[in-house]
Design a protein around this ligand. Structure first.
Ligand code: UDP
Ligand code: MG
Length: 156
């Protein structure tokens, strides 16, 4: 088989597996603390390509919808109040193995447990105000990406 044909099949297989995008938000705490630039630099340096991005703000209702999966958890009200208190940066990121690699880059939910050099280790201030969001599965990456972006805003 020629290289071109092999390359075509590899690309096709990747699209079927769909392991190449994740969704992130730079949360209100990190925006307030002036970390947008540093966090985007970490994301780019780690090999992620930004294919959609916006500076925006979640209404309380939108934050409740985004985090609906956590609605019965004790921290839900605190979480949605925090996530709607100020601007965020929402983005879709592309890379092979995007979801897993991005979770590695951001570190554990609790910054006290986040590995040295991870985004949460560097910029998070608490378990709740932990600087960034990262999707936890390929399926959720797609759902969360389309929650924030229309087709015409995604430029891969
Ligand atoms: N969170 C919180 N208290 C907790 C657990 C989570 O305030 O005990 C917040 C935190 O901002 C976290 C978000 O809720 O990022 C979503 O929780 P999840 O367990 O999905 O963590 P993540 O996937 O963001 O690491
Ligand atoms: Mg999560």
């Amino acid at each position: 088989m020629s290289d071109v044909v092999v390359e075509f099949f590899i690309r096709f297989a990747k699209k079927i597996i769909m392991n190449n995008i994740t969704f992130t938000m730079i949360k209100p705490d990190a925006v307030e603390n002036g970390h947008i630039g540093a966090i985007l630099e970490k994301i780019n340096s780690a090999g992620f390509k930004i294919i959609a991005m916006k500076y925006t703000k979640l209404s309380l209702e939108k934050a409740q919808k985004f985090y609906e999966i956590h609605k019965d958890r004790p921290f839900f009200n605190e979480l949605v109040t925090f996530m709607s208190r100020g601007p965020i940066v929402a983005a879709i990121l592309e890379k092979d193995n995007a979801v897993e690699d991005f979770r590695e880059l951001i570190g554990s939910t609790n910054p006290a447990d986040a590995k040295k050099g991870t985004i949460r280790n560097l910029y998070a201030t608490s378990m709740g105000e932990n600087a960034v969001h990262g999707s936890d599965s390929n399926e959720n990456a797609k759902i969360e990406g389309t929650f924030h972006f229309s087709d015409s805003e995604i430029l891969s």
